[in-house]
Design a protein around this ligand. Sequence first.
Ligand SMILES: Nc1ncnc2c1ncn2[C@@H]1O[C@H](COP(=O)(O)OP(=O)(O)O)[C@@H](O)[C@H]1O
Ligand SMILES: [Mg+2]
Length: 340
Amino acid sequence: MGTLKVVVLYDRWEEPEDAAAASTDKAPLTRTLDKKEVEDEVAETLGKLGHDATLHVLDGSVKSLNAIAKTECDLFVNLVESFGGNDTADYCIAAYLELLNKRYTGSGSRGLLYCQDKAVAKKILEFHGIHTPVFASSYRGRLDFSHNLEFPVIVKPAREDGSIGIEFNAVVSSIRELMERIDWLHANFDSPVLIEEYVEGREMYVGVIGNENPEALPVIELDLSKLPEGTPRIAGAEVKWGKGTRAYRDTKSAVAEGLPDDVVATLQQTAVGVYQALELRDYGRIDMRLRPDGRVAVIEANPNPWLASKAEFAMAARKSGRNYTQLIEEIVDLALGRYA
Ligand SMILES: Nc1ncnc2c1ncn2[C@@H]1O[C@H](COP(=O)(O)OP(=O)(O)O)[C@@H](O)[C@H]1O
Ligand SMILES: [Mg+2]
């Protein structure tokens, strides 16, 4: 392929100072504070591939949106996860690119929308016979949907990611803790709340790449066994963002070891099934839990997962024999193939 003009699209948003000061909790309410510079890494790699790559930041301003409309390029690499601090806007950006007839990498607005709301995604998975923990969802005190639930449950915002709003006390075992947690979420997030069966088990991530014949990558495990005594084994905000804490330091992702072949096959088939059911494109990562009885429970699907070379997706790609440059090249080719 010849030289392409590629624009790497990413988002940055500084929380206004008064809002930051008003937040009393240590865990961030939006997750822009600590982002690694994945966009630089991707742009650099596109350069190595002989493309002409530039960066474009969406900073929450209309000006930054207008500039996209005026940009002529062969492809946007879409790394956008939010707009103006709004984590639910990812699908709007994709839809905007679609309206403008721009070519871009990753999932389309529909796939992003399905995964955006975990309750919606779980309902679709259930239709496809894919096992996901039973749940209830409630918005501002109104019950939207409910299975029969038993404690312990995990309480989380239905429309966030990066473990925003999921701290260790998200796992509750009593009515009182449950009510307190729902109250806290309603006070801090304008999002329905998901109350979900807490699934005991190993935490497994399976990357999927491709469109016609999506390929599941080797299984990655996040080892949560070394979390401090008394804390639930979850990849909460402390684990993902709590730099300097034990929870952060003692949890590491690595290629899963010692899994029987049939378990690997189940995890991989489940991941591909989820990827297709939720209309993911080009690349995605499915988060699952492996129950002690061997059953696989799907926790969530991540379209356009974090593409840093040190992140789980690239780690799995490497294990499958793709170095980082090859991975980026493949994603570009998959996207362009759609518009051929
Ligand atoms: N039903 C569940 N049972 C057990 N652990 C869960 C459950 N839901 C979430 N978790 C834990 O919380 C983490 C974050 O939840 P997830 O739904 O993936 O949110 P995010 O979109 O913020 O990553 C998961 O990686 C897992 O460790
Ligand atoms: Mg997750």
